[in-house]
Design a protein around this ligand. Structure first.
Ligand SMILES: CC(C)(COP(=O)(O)OP(=O)(O)OC[C@H]1O[C@@H](n2cnc3c(N)ncnc32)[C@H](O)[C@@H]1OP(=O)(O)O)[C@@H](O)C(=O)NCCC(=O)NCCS
Length: 130
């Protein structure tokens, strides 16, 4: 997987149980995944269509340093699906622990908001995944 983004969990990000609020985590993952979709598809005209099962496997506490990783799972005609993981990073040992995982599907859109094809050369590059 490729490193896309890094985040620090701060007090303002916590929910009522003292863990990172799930909706904040989702917005971080969505933003990180969107930037990866833009880069892979060479276009910023990508919208989030779908978020699959999200597993908040471990609590994220104040001060945790998170690294967000992604990899292309599949590219269709107009859509791209990315596997996404947030990992807690220990700066002393370099150890990483997955705290949240999911996958996102984005669709490339035209000016009217309708789906349009991702460039053929990009689709060919990832055809082996389909
Ligand atoms: C994304 C959007 C343009 C798709 O429009 P649509 O009319 O459903 O498009 P289509 O039915 O032609 O499907 C487009 C692609 O999505 C895929 N798709 C549609 N429904 C899907 C589903 N439930 N699961 C997985 N893929 C799906 C289709 O397979 C197709 O992919 P492909 O071209 O790679 O084969 C439309 O749903 C939309 O505008 N949604 C709102 C997006 C949004 O506001 N997101 C939040 C802010 S970014």
């Amino acid at each position: 997987m490729e490193l896309i983004s890094q985040r620090l969990c701060m007090e303002k990000d916590l929910g009522i149980h003292g863990n990172l609020f799930g909706g904040i985590m989702l917005s971080w993952l969505d933003e990180a995944a969107a930037t990866m979709a833009y880069e892979v598809c060479h276009s910023p005209s990508m919208v989030t269509l779908k978020i699959e099962e999200v597993i908040f496997g471990k609590p994220v506490k104040i001060g945790f340093h998170l690294k967000i990783y992604g990899q292309v799972a599949r590219i269709g005609k107009s859509s791209i699906t990315l596997d996404i993981e947030a990992r807690k990073h220990n700066v002393y040992s370099g150890e990483e622990t997955v705290v949240c995982s999911t996958n996102f599907t984005f669709v490339k859109i035209d000016e009217q908001g309708g789906p349009i094809p991702i460039a053929e050369e990009i689709r060919k590059e990832y055809a082996h995944l389909n």
